[in-house]
Design a protein around this ligand. Sequence first.
Ligand code: ES4
Ligand code: ZN
Length: 326
Amino acid sequence: SILKKIIKGIPKAELHLHIEGSFEPELMFEIANRNAIALDYDSIESLKKAYKFNNLQEFLDIYYIGAQVLLHEQDFYDLTWAYLQKVHSENVVHVEIFFDPQTHTDRGVPFEVVINGIHKALENAEEKLNMSYKLIMSYLRHLSEEAAFETLEASLPFKHWIDGVGLDSSELGNPPSKFINVFKASADHGYKLVAHAGEEGPSDYIWEALDLLKVVRLDHGNRCLEDDALVQRLLDENIPLTLCPLSNLELKVIQKMEDHPVAKMLEKGILATIHSDDPAYFGGYMNENYYQTAKALDLDKNQLQQMAMNAFEASWLSAEAKEKHI
Ligand code: ES4
Ligand code: ZN
């Protein structure tokens, strides 16, 4: 279709992607086999059938199970390289991706095994695919702040490879305020700060992410529209929101794509962008997210280009590097 061609033709930046959420069932079974780990599902089909979620937690429960087959540096390399090749084919030229160290270190996989594999794949994409990248280490918010501090410590030998820290996992009941100290310490080590907020959680959590954690960008932020003063704050400080339409639909944050808030946000002048979150679980990578959103909200070419430009503006690329991509 014309719409699909337009979307593919736009050079894009992905700013909200959990690398563990790009784990396709085929690769998951391949790695499970070579690591002699039994998955709870006996086939790719039965695994895919389990991908029906009523909320964020139901998704997370399966996402953490899938990640358990990742043991060796090669596994993390293969996971990351598969994702990078896939999005390269969609004309994604820049990525800022999350990884969840605690999902692996809590199983006894050393931090360095995880980051070595991911980093090598990112370097390979830069060299072979001409892509640029940033890497963001995400703290799991269902765990304690003390556990996040241990992760911060473990990251320090690799801090030249890590651009920022984020906050993900179960939002309700785990407000940003739980992580004030570790975010402050992370900033002191030179990390940039982002956090998931306002996906399932209320607009209060978005205020907390801004005022208490001092994030420079918000992941999701869907529920900001409930609060006019908050919208004004996002406008005044030009805070980017990284939205994930297919994720929102699959996790029942919205009931149908026509309800997605991104069009209203763009209308208000918010620096809103769209991304894929966990594409192996939510049924689509970047172009599918653009496509489904454009169709449901009747976005035109200018609006799609605006969203893509917003992502470069919201990215952590230098002004010169941005110019090269757009
Ligand atoms: C996530 Cl969609 C989503 N929300 C919060 N945390 C996450 N980790 C991976 N995907
Ligand atoms: Zn996310």
